[in-house]
Ligand binder design. Structure first.
Ligand code: ADP
Ligand code: MG
Length: 241
């Protein structure tokens, strides 16, 4: 079973994992209300309007018959209204939906977390899944986040790191440090990544997820580590048995 991005983020928040904040909306009018509320709550000046469908690749995908991408930056509430009108009720075609696309019923109005600050912004790839052959959980991560991970795997596989976790031992502190180090982090960002890893691992184990994928995992210009996108596949084998 797949859950929507906004549901996945709310699940992560329950485990103390920081995410880009957002409010879900089912109409353009509600989207504008959500944008105003989000600004009161977070101080965000701009918003990212994100189509909620059970497929990725939305940023590059387009609403059928238009030039509207499934993830778009809004710099005014008029933009929020316009983009939400384009998205809600439209058919979003992405590399992951196939040519038939997926109908958009909801948008997530999300905080803009790409603002400038004291350090450079970085987008990472981070996922956890079960390696059945090794009977281990495997954390896959890369400095090449934000883009299509299949492409990274094909062209620059050396940029994808793996950390095997014995489910009986759980994630160890030295492993979290190795991940932060391999991602090239230092100072506050390193400390925040070392804190992020056991939290996301706990979320994976305790939510019975078959897979958690965060792409991008963002290092903000203020050295925070935030899940900007999240896909969670809940293990529903048991209900099918
Ligand atoms: P998908 O994976 O379905 O394309 P994402 O949530 O990953 O959807 O968003 C696509 C891209 O949009 C991200 O890789 C990120 O670079 C960009 N993005 C998301 N939020 C912002 C933002 N606030 N400002 C600028 N770019 C953003
Ligand atoms: Mg993504």
């Amino acid at each position: 079973m797949n859950i929507h991005e906004y549901q996945a983020k709310s699940l992560l928040n329950q485990f103390g994992v920081a995410t880009q904040s957002g409010i879900v909306a089912e109409s353009p009018e509600k989207a504008v209300e959500a944008a105003k509320k989000l600004t009161l709550e977070t101080g965000t000046k701009w918003w990212v309007v994100k189509a909620q469908i059970h497929a990725g690749g939305r940023g590059k995908g387009k609403i059928e018959g238009t030039e509207q991408n499934g993830v778009a930056l809004a710099k005014s509430t008029d933009d929020v209204m316009k983009i939400s009108k384009n998205l809600i009720g439209g058919n979003l075609i992405t590399i992951q939906t196939g040519p038939q696309g997926r109908k958009v019923n909801k948008v997530l109005i999300a905080e803009d977390v790409y603002g400038p600050g004291e350090s450079e912004i970085q987008e990472f790839y981070f996922s956890i899944l079960l390696d059945r052959s090794k009977e281990c959980n495997v954390i896959m991560y890369s400095t090449e986040g934000g883009m299509d991970i299949e492409e990274v795997a094909e062209h620059t596989p050396e940029k994808i790191f793996k950390e095997l976790v014995d489910p009986n031992l759980g994630i160890q502190a030295f492993q979290a440090r190795r991940i932060a180090f391999n991602l090239g982090l230092s100072g506050a960002a390193l400390k925040n990544m070392v804190a992020f890893v056991p939290k996301i691992y706990k979320a994976y184990v305790e939510s019975d997820a078959a897979m958690i994928e965060i792409n991008p995992l963002l290092k903000t210009s203020h050295n925070k580590i935030l899940a900007v996108d999240c896909k969670i596949n809940i293990d529903d084998n048991r209900s099918e048995e």
